[in-house]
Design a protein around this ligand. Structure first.
Ligand code: HEM
Length: 463
């Protein structure tokens, strides 16, 4: 090992944590110091502690030796390493009982100081794949973290998740698996700051709970205007349903309730706002489509300036086609991933358990076999007769199967409501060409530099 730590052979980047005298504690202290500094500056840190399953035992020896060559070690050190790692004999001891010696074909020595060092070398280039997060690495202890102002914490959580997905794909490609049950995420900051993120939802929950208890555990729901009674069923808000359930058989604490509400708020916010932006952009690029969508609004409202109702929304068929076509070209969630827990065969290829599959919804939606002229914005793609001709999974902006989007109907209603308001009151045109918009997939598909619209109030002749 002398060769590795001699002058001139300083291990690069994160490998420094593995130098003599450094340990997991050193790495943890380093993170703690960074968090403390961030807190002093009023920042919050989102942190993930990753745990690799069978880390030391999964190392591919050839790959490790190839990586060691890139560290410019002397030939002697390399050939010693080669002979040391290949066909190693290993025995395990527990309470002074020793197992038999077994020949090991993979992995690095456990229990010796070399184990952590070699493992660090093996996974060191994880850092090159990170887009947003800082990290600390000591052997198989990896921490990803990101500091942010309290009001942008949700954005940081998205970024952290994005890097986390990259790390798990990277790890799977190198024969390593992340142990999801031990991988933890936490948000650290001054109590006052973190609380301010959650308090508003918590107080809504407490208020609503008090009302519910006051009503003998039955939420009155709504008074029964047209909007609140859909079809024959009287609808209750999601929070009310959760509250009723939690006062019945399934006990949920206020914090658990808040976590459920947070999931809905966060999943439902960025996705729909991105969806609306893309629809506005498309309508601004295609004046003939905007005019047709406006005519539909005129038919529905007959010149009235009243607020929109559920019945009105159900009549906006063309606007729905516009939204669906925008989500086809610009799906708010451009890709999704699945960790295989058993082997499967797809198209003659066997995919082993432990792999992460990524489905590129963006590409699926531009398949010319399913959508002739796939890059053209054409809301008629969602006429019933065209839908009937397509494969049922040719269009999956809300995913499909048991974990699909629970908010998809709500999302369409929300988008319709906002776009209807825009169409009734304004005209607009988009100032940027499709080829000039740079897309970024930060879990949610966004235009890197926003979208520029020129908006004029309806009735104003300037447009
Ligand atoms: C245009 C808007 C939206 C799009 C494109 C969208 C898309 C998606 C997709 C693709 C998934 C599946 C992720 C996966 O398979 O890994 C998903 C899951 C989910 N969505 Fe949405 N979503 C939207 C709006 C909403 C809204 C408004 C809500 C809530 C009010 C919501 C709540 C959820 C929840 C809770 C899940 C997780 C479901 C589960 O894991 O069982 N989404 N969404």
């Amino acid at each position: 090992m002398a060769g590795l730590c001699e002058g001139g052979n300083e291990p690069p980047g994160s490998l420094k944590a593995s130098k003599h005298g450094h340990s997991t504690t050193t790495a943890l202290l380093k993170v703690t110091e960074d968090i403390r500094k961030a807190m002093d500056m009023g920042e919050v840190t989102a942190l993930t502690l990753l745990d690799f399953s069978n880390a030391f035992g999964s190392v591919d020896i050839d790959l490790l030796l190839a990586k060691m060559k890139t560290l410019h070690l002397s030939d002697n050190t390399l050939s010693w390493m080669d002979s040391y790692l290949r066909d190693r004999q290993q025995c395990v001891s527990l309470d002074n009982q020793f197992s038999q010696w077994r020949c090991t074909k993979a992995g690095v020595p456990q229990g010796s100081v070399l184990g952590p060092l070699l493992f660090s070398i093996y996974i060191n280039d994880i850092s090159k794949n990170l887009q947003y997060c800082r990290y600390h690495l000591y052997a198989d202890d990896l921490q990803l973290y990101i500091h942010s102002r309290p009001n942008t914490i949700n954005e940081s959580i998205d970024k952290l998740n994005c890097d986390l997905a990259t790390v798990s794909t990277w790890a799977a490609n190198f024969g390593l698996a992340l142990n999801s049950s031990k991988t933890q995420a936490i948000i650290i900051g001054h109590k006052r700051l973190v609380n301010s993120l959650n308090n508003s939802n918590l107080s809504v929950i407490q208020e609503r709970k008090a009302q519910l208890l006051g009503n003998g555990n039955k939420m009155q729901g709504y008074s029964g205007s047209e909007d609140e009674v859909i079809g024959k069923k009287k609808r209750k808000a999601f929070l009310d349903l959760l509250l009723e359930a939690s006062l019945g058989g399934v006990k949920l604490t206020d914090t658990e309730l808040r976590e459920e509400v947070d999931t809905f708020m966060f999943e439902g916010h960025d996705t729909t706002s991105a969806g609306m932006c893309w629809a506005l952009y498309m309508l601004g690029l295609h004046p003939e489509v905007q005019a047709k969508a406006f005519e539909e609004q005129e038919r529905v409202f007959q010149g009235s300036t009243r607020s929109v109702t559920m019945k009105d929304l159900s009549e906006m068929k063309y606007l729905e086609q516009v939204i669906k076509e925008s989500l086809r070209l610009y799906p708010s969630v451009p890709f999704i991933g699945r960790l295989l827990n058993e082997d499967i065969e797809i198209g003659g290829y066997k995919l082993p358990a432990g792999c992460i599959l990524t489905l590129h919804i963006y590409q699926v939606h531009r398949n010319p076999k399913q959508f002739p002229n796939p890059h053209k914005f054409d809301p008629d793609n969602f006429l019933p007769e065209r839908i009937a001709k397509r494969h049922p999974y040719a269009y999956v902006p809300f995913s499909a199967g048991p974990r699909n989007c629970v908010g998809q109907k709500f999302a369409l209603l929300e988008e319709k409501t906002v776009l209807s308001y825009m169409l009734r009151n304004f005209k607009w045109s988009s100032l940027d060409k499709v080829e000039d918009i740079k897309l970024v997939a930060e879990l949610v598909l966004r235009p890197e530099n926003g979208i520029r619209l020129k908006i004029t109030k309806r009735g104003d002749k300037r447009l």
